[in-house]
Ligand binder design. Structure first.
Ligand code: UTP
Length: 289
């Protein structure tokens, strides 16, 4: 079945990037000239997704405003003949059919995904974590939807992380199938040292079969007292196997300070308006470090 729908969970508290995320959701933090979540929406659209549900909560209304028209601003830009920037601003409101729902309590990623059951309507859904920006030629979520269509099983985006990182993420029991595809037969969220299956962790993207919703309803709260999406995906891995795609592209974790810095530097080095000035600045700066 073709994957047409995506969910972007963006209702987390963003404690690792406070106070920046106090009044501004971390998903709205800037990377050069666009908020992080716009890169994520554009990735989904580039992969052929037509309908996107963004899961927000109180205080995240600016996300809705960003993907809506801004009549006053657009009228002024048009009157001043600023056609290029006007087109960029208008693009935000016409990227896809974007819907919003509020997760009324912050009870974990699994709980956030469960809020999207009606939206999914029995179809498979792509999930793009709202604080993981992935930049690459081939959109990461497209690599996963192709694998879903090929194998007919739920798919997770995986990458190898360091032994220091694995205890904060999830760990996959993998068996290589072909190219960058793996069969995953078990997984664990936030493994204690020694409990990990491998250094492969789920990073920011998955495509899930609609059965995930029934499984989530039966899954008890896990690490941190929250309903963990990994715990529900583990059930799928144990019964039917889940496909892991070691995706290409660079991932930036916007939920942590260094991730935001790296994203701004690397995206800035590729942006036509900033690349030359930034390169010269970084070279000069590096010579003094
Ligand atoms: P994280 O665990 O990275 O987000 O969840 P967080 O809870 O905001 O992080 P910290 O630890 O407080 O800094 C991954 C994604 O899932 C969303 C987050 O917004 C993020 O995009 N999320 C998390 C929800 O939508 N709801 C939740 O209850 C938890």
């Amino acid at each position: 079945m073709k994957v047409r729908k995506a969910i972007i969970p963006a209702a987390g508290l963003g404690t690792r990037v406070l106070p920046a995320s106090k009044a501004c959701p971390k998903e709205m933090l800037n990377i050069v000239d666009k908020p992080a979540i716009q890169y994520i929406v554009e990735e989904a659209v580039a992969a052929g997704i037509t309908d996107i549900l963004i899961i927000t909560n109180r205080g995240k209304g600016v996300i809705e405003d960003h993907f809506d028209h801004s009549f006053e601003l657009e009228t002024q830009l048009a009157a001043k003949g600023k056609t290029e920037i006007l087109a960029e601003v208008q693009k935000c409101s016409s990227l896809a059919n974007i819907y919003f729902i509020r997760q009324k309590e912050t009870k974990g990623l699994g709980h956030a995904v469960l809020c999207a059951e009606q939206f999914a309507g029995g179809e498979p859904v792509a999930i793009l974590y709202g604080d993981d920006v992935i930049i690459g030629e081939d959109p990461a979520i497209a690599q996963l939807t192709r694998a879903y269509e090929k194998y007919g099983k739920s798919v997770v985006g995986i990458k190898e992380v360091t032994p220091e990182q694995i205890v904060k993420y999830s760990s996959m029991k993998t068996e290589h199938i072909a190219d960058n595809h793996y069969m995953i037969s078990d997984m664990i969220e936030k493994p204690a040292p020694g409990e990990e299956f491998s250094l492969f962790s789920i990073l920011g993207r998955c495509v899930l079969d609609p059965e995930i919703f029934e499984i989530l309803k039966k899954t008890p709260n896990g690490a941190g007292g929250e309903l963990q999406l990994t715990d529900a995906m583990k059930q799928m891995a144990l019964t039917d196997g889940v496909i892991g795609v070691d995706f290409t592209g660079t991932r930036y974790d916007i939920g942590n300070k260094f991730g935001i810095l790296k994203a701004n530097i690397e995206v800035g080095l590729n942006h036509p308006e900033t690349k030359d000035e930034l390169k010269a600045y970084l070279k000069e700066l590096a010579s003094k470090l």
